[in-house]
Design a protein around this ligand. Structure first.
Ligand SMILES: C[S@@+](CC[C@H](N)C(=O)[O-])C[C@H]1O[C@@H](n2cnc3c(N)ncnc32)[C@H](O)[C@@H]1O
Length: 275
C-alpha cells in the first residue's frame, strides 16, 4: 500500500516535471532529451551538441550492431520513456519502421504526436501516456525495444526489465541507455555516505528513485531469457554535455551548483541485449 502510494507520488512528480520543462528544453536543445555522445579529446563547439545527441542514437545502434545489415533492421519499435519522440522519429525514418512511444507526460505525448504529423510521419509513429512498468502491449510485439535515458526514473528495476523483455519479439533487440552508479567493490554493501548524499540531491532535483549499478542491471537481465548481453560505460563520451546544459542557463532545482562543484559522479551505461 505504502509502496503503491510512493509509486503514484513519483509518477505524478515525473509527469509534472516533464509537462513543465519539455517546451523550454525543446526550445534550446531540440527534440532529444538525452546526453550527447562526444569523441574524447575532440573540441566541442556549442553547435555540435545537437549533432552529438543524434550521435548518441547512432552509437547505441552501432553498439548493438543494428545499423549494419539491412535484413536485420527492425520493423516495429517501442520507445519506452519517449520524451517528445525524437528517437522514435529518427528510428522510424532510418529503418522505415513503425514506432510507438510511451511517456508519463501528457504534454510530451501531445507534442510528440504533433511533431510526427508535421513531419509526415503520423502513419508510422504514435505516442501515448502509459507506464513503462505496465505497458499496454501484448507479449513479443516489438523487434526493437528502446529505452533512452528513462530507466533511471523507474522505481522497480526488476519490473522494468521484465516488461522490456516481455514486449520484445523473439530475436528482437533491447537497448537500454541509462544512468547508473558505480559497481560496488567485493567488500562493499552500499555506496559511501557522501556518494549517497550526492545521489539524493540528483534524485530530488530530477524525480529519480534509488539508483542501481550496471552490475545490478546485468544480474536482472541474466535472470530473463535473454542472450548476447553486452554493456559499456560511456561516461567519458558524455562528459562535455552537462557543462553545455549549464551554459544554456537551464538551471533546474539547484542541480547547477552541484555540477559546478565538480562532484557529479554519474555514469552513463549502455546495455544491449538480444532476446
Ligand atoms: C530524460 S527523458 C528521455 C526522453 C527520450 N527518451 C529522449 O531521449 O529524448 C525521460 C522520459 O522517461 C519518461 N518516463 C519516466 N518514467 C516513466 C514511466 N514509468 N513510464 C513511461 N515513461 C516514463 C518521462 O516521461 C520522459 O519522457
Amino acid at each position: 500500500m505504502e509502496q503503491q502510494k510512493e509509486k503514484e507520488k513519483l509518477q505524478k512528480g515525473i509527469a509534472e516535471f516533464y509537462d513543465g520543462s519539455s517546451t523550454l528544453w525543446e526550445n534550446i536543445w531540440g527534440d532529444h532529451m538525452h546526453h550527447g555522445f562526444y569523441h574524447p579529446d575532440s573540441t566541442v563547439s556549442v553547435t555540435d551538441h545537437r549533432a552529438a545527441q543524434i550521435r548518441m542514437i547512432q552509437e547505441s545502434l552501432r553498439f548493438a550492431s543494428l545499423s549494419e545489415e539491412r535484413t536485420k533492421w527492425p520493423k516495429s519499435i517501442v520507445d519506452v520513456g519517449c520524451g517528445i519522440g525524437g528517437s522514435s522519429r529518427y528510428l522510424a525514418k532510418k529503418f522505415g519502421a513503425n514506432s510507438v512511444g510511451i511517456t508519463l507526460s501528457p504534454v510530451q505525448a501531445q507534442r510528440a504526436n504533433d511533431l510526427a504529423a508535421a513531419q509526415g510521419l503520423a502513419d508510422k509513429v504514435s505516442f501515448q501516456v502509459a507506464d513503462a512498468l505496465e505497458q499496454p502491449f501484448p507479449d513479443e510485439q516489438f523487434d526493437l525495444v528502446w529505452s533512452m535515458e528513462s530507466g533511471e526514473h523507474m522505481p522497480d528495476k526488476t519490473k522494468f526489465v521484465g516488461e522490456l523483455a516481455r514486449v520484445a519479439a523473439p530475436g528482437g533487440t533491447i537497448i537500454i541507455v541509462t544512468w547508473c552508479h558505480r559497481d560496488l567493490g567485493p567488500d562493499e554493501q552500499s555506496l559511501q555516505p557522501w556518494e549517497q548524499d550526492l545521489l539524493k540531491k540528483i534524485c530530488d532535483a530530477y524525480y529519480l528513485p534509488a539508483w542501481c549499478s550496471a552490475a545490478d542491471y546485468l544480474k536482472l537481465l541474466k535472470s530473463q531469457s535473454l542472450q548476447d548481453i553486452k554493456s559499456a560505460d560511456w561516461s567519458p563520451f558524455v562528459a562535455p554535455f552537462w557543462p553545455a546544459v549549464i551554459r544554456s542557463a537551464l538551471t533546474w532545482n539547484g542541480l547547477t551548483s552541484l555540477l559546478c562543484s565538480g562532484k557529479l559522479n554519474v555514469h552513463l551505461k549502455i546495455i544491449f541485449l538480444r532476446r
